[in-house]
Write a protein that binds this ligand. Sequence first.
Ligand code: IPE
Ligand code: IPE
Ligand code: MG
Length: 228
Amino acid sequence: MIMDIPAKLPRHVSFIMDGNGRWAKSRCLERIRGHFEGVESVRSVLETSVELGIEYVSVFAFSEENWGRPDDEVAGLMTLMMKSMIAEKETFLKNGVHFKVLGNRARLSDELNAAIDSLDEATAACARTTLIIFLSYSGQWDIRQAAAKLAAAGTGSIEDYLVTAGIPDPDLLIRTSGEMRISNFLLWQIAYTELVFTDTLWPDFRKEQYLAALREYASRDRRFGKVK
Ligand code: IPE
Ligand code: IPE
Ligand code: MG
């Protein structure tokens, strides 16, 4: 049970999960071990979000730029994604979590794309919380593909064609590991998002650290350019 629930909760919390490699390195482990441990942090923040009734949780799991990492790390991350989807299915169904993947899906393998579609479909009904995994995603890619679709359609607005169409913009964006940058994550969508940066490495970011960030969010005064 969660004591001291912050008075004002975000509807959509987004995470730039960073620091897995450094977490592993500091323990003389392979980088992939850090990614494995990072999955536990996703489980933890998702479970807490479900408990709190937060509607959308999104995580930046793999950027378009991350394709430029060594082949074994890229392959390890894709395998981890596949294994985690299989392992979490029952928990998603039990907890009412709808699983979604957004990003440049054309770069993913057919096998991974099929597994993603099947889990998305299987978890769509009765969901209380939506988990969005941004995979092979970059903010500039998203704006570029949305602009192209808008030009082709000749009607609508940019928001209608971003991969996040229909999903509320994040209220809170948390980046771990001490880096103070966006690294080509959501660009258009974070226009008025509250930002929290923490030195904690992603594999160490669990319920306690999450609740601290939510308290920080609750203390912010959001004005959206207006006068209060
Ligand atoms: C974040 O951890 C996960 C991904 C980008 C896939 P990193 O792998 O970037 O970890 P550091 O930044 O090297 O510590
Ligand atoms: C951002 O982390 C991407 C993800 C968390 C998926 P990176 O580790 O790739 O970002 P930089 O290179 O430090 O900016
Ligand atoms: Mg990093």
